[in-house]
Design a protein around this ligand. Structure first.
Ligand SMILES: Nc1ncnc2c1ncn2[C@@H]1O[C@H](COP(=O)(O)OP(=O)(O)OP(=O)(O)O)[C@@H](O)[C@H]1O
Length: 561
């Protein structure tokens, strides 16, 4: 069964990845397989007793006892079936949770330098839709494999005890089914991979356009975009229909051949019972034996029919693994963020030949050497693209440190500063939640008076009086409801509420007008004592309040990248 869209090397790599993920759900998966085999063994018992009961009834003998046993076996089989399904779900749930956890850990390790370049819609679709597509593979397909190997052997053996002709018919017809399935399945797998890739692109596009709705309206581009999205959705619909068509086609082929095989067995049993067989098979089939193999026949093909339904699960899982894989790859440069405690006093920073090459191979910062004094407000100054933001991101652990040494208070820095320093980015993120939650980031250990002090010092108190519920006012996603300057002051309050002795700021006033900037700087100045503050900026107003100014391009070996 080959998927023409993937090379054999790709398939091996994805197969290896799927097997590695499968370990997370191995226990329930094995339990599901055992229950799967048990249900067919129980079915053989049921077929035996049911055939005896009917034969006895026809022959006027006691049929109640075998009928009772048949019912018992049927009941036990239903139990095994239910257990198999439950255990399959459990296995899939464990694997999905494992994969999402791995992806979240890898994304955290790659840090914002990677995620800021990520198409959020596509990544979101990979972590939700693509991970969901693993459900069928780990819940049905994998647990089914041992059943496919075990159950038909049991059934063939049972058939041979009654009729060698029927046993042979089973053996001959069984391999035909997967063969036809594979032919159609290959095309279905390619179509499914295609469909997942298109869905990821569509999700990315939709998410992008949603975020830029104001811009699109401003340029009257919304109708064009609407048409573009409609065309993309139509394309997706057609691809989905193609996947479904192929899936139905392969099921229909399988059903057809299974029905044909059952019919052949029925004809043989019928003719044998009537004594009308045109040739001698060397066996006589009794009513009980004939009924037994006839009851058994449809179930003999059942594991294969289930495999056919689940075959698409494998194709889906391979396609999904291909989408998820890039998110799981750990960064070569190993940016890792370890939780750590903030500084008690304002530290000094010494950087020696620190440089950064981003993962995609782009230079972010040429080697730079500089010393940031403790307890001072320092400004990084330089042209756009010279690496000011990158320098701050290296310190925080958001961008890779490719070479050089960083010392803090003279000691070698063994981990980036995330968690130990306050951080205010160019576009501070506010989340859906109350203003208080946005300041504390749900850290319940921050005392109420610290929050109040930070609110006052950062200038949040100035606009708090206009908010209906004060600190409990709910904020929309991305700070909807507050102005750019107000969002910037909330970000400052975030750093002050934790009384951070080291604060790094990346163009904190870039989006503020003169008045808002003045107010922000006023708040900053009244809080600068006892802190080391490092600001990357283009603003002359910020430069004017600095204790130290570092011309970044002059300090780099070879100038700006
Ligand atoms: N996440 C990233 N991945 C790859 N390259 C990046 C990334 N972020 C920045 N760069 C590149 O690194 C170089 C330095 O960018 P950086 O943002 O640090 O400059 P900057 O001095 O802060 O510029 P600005 O003043 O415009 O903010 C640029 O060439 C930029 O394209």
């Amino acid at each position: 069964m080959s998927n023409p869209a993937l090379t054999s090397e790709d398939r091996r790599a994805l197969g290896g990845l799927l097997s590695a993920w499968g370990k997370a759900g191995r226990g329930p998966s094995l339990a599901a397989s055992a229950a799967g085999i048990a249900q067919y063994a129980l079915f053989i018992g049921f077929a035996g007793f049911a055939a005896s009961a009917i034969a006895n009834l026809v022959n006027g003998e006691d049929f109640l006892i075998p009928a009772l046993f048949a019912a018992l076996f049927a009941f036990a089989r239903a139990g095994a079936q239910a257990f198999e399904t439950r255990a399959g779900f459990e296995a899939a749930a464990r694997v999905k949770a494992h994969v999402r956890g791995e992806a979240a850990r890898a994304l955290a390790a790659k840090g914002p330098a990677f995620t800021e370049r990520l198409e959020t819609g596509a990544a979101g679709s990979a972590l939700t839709d693509a991970v969901e597509k693993l459900e069928g593979y780990f819940g049905r397909y994998r647990p089914l494999m041992p059943v496919i190997a075990g159950a038909p052997i049991l059934m063939v053996a049972a058939a041979f005890t009654q009729s060698w002709v029927v046993g042979m018919l089973f053996i001959i017809t069984a391999p035909l089914l997967p063969l036809f399935m594979a032919i159609v399945g290959g095309a279905a797998a390619a179509a499914s991979k295609d469909q997942i890739a298109v869905l990821a692109r569509l999700a990315g596009r939709f998410n992008d356009r949603l975020q830029s709705l104001a811009l699109l309206n401003a340029f009257n581009a919304a109708p064009r975009e609407r048409e573009g999205l409609a065309a993309a959705s139509e394309d997706f619909r057609q691809r989905t229909m193609k996947v479904l068509r192929l899936a139905f086609l392969s099921s229909a082929i399988l059903e057809f051949f299974a029905a044909l095989s059952v019919a052949a067995i029925a004809v043989y049993v019928g003719f044998s019972l009537l004594g009308e067989m045109p040739f001698d098979t060397g066996e006589t089939v009794t009513l009980r034996e004939g009924l037994f193999v006839l009851i058994l026949a449809p179930e003999f093909y059942m594991p294969l029919r289930r495999l056919s339904a689940a075959y698409h699960d494998r194709a889906d899982a391979e396609a999904a693994a291909g989408t998820i894989k890039p998110l799981l790859e750990y960064p070569k440069s190993g940016v890792s963020i370890v939780p750590s405690t903030p500084f008690h006093t304002s530290p000094s920073l010494d950087l020696s030949r620190v440089s950064c090459v981003y993962e995609i191979g782009r230079k972010g910062l040429n080697p730079i050497t500089l010393s940031i004094p403790a307890g001072r407000l320092s400004v990084l100054w330089g042209p756009s693209g010279s690496g000011k933001s990158t320098l701050l991101k290296i310190l925080m652990g958001f961008a890779p440190l490719s070479s050089g040494e960083m010392r803090i208070d003279g000691e070698m820095m063994d981990a980036p500063l995330a968690g130990r320093a306050g951080w205010i980015g160019q576009n501070p993120r506010l989340f859906h939640g109350s203003l208080r939650d946005n300041i504390t980031l749900h850290d319940a250990s921050i005392p109420a008076e610290m929050i109040e002090r930070a609110v006052a010092q950062a200038g949040v108190a100035d606009f708090l009086i206009h908010l209906s519920d004060g600190l409990d006012t709910p904020l929309g996603e991305r700070g909807f409801g507050l102005s750019g300057g107000q969002i910037q002051r909330v970000a400052l309050a975030r750093a002050l509420a934790r009384d951070m002795k080291l604060v790094l700021m990346d163009e904190p006033t870039a989006h503020l007008d003169g008045e808002a900037e003045a107010r922000f700087l006023e708040a900053l100045l009244s809080n600068k004592n006892g802190r080391t503050i490092l600001i990357a900026t283009h603003s002359p107003a910020v430069r004017a309040i600095a204790d130290e100014v570092f011309e970044i391009a002059d300090l780099q070996e070879g100038g700006a990248p």
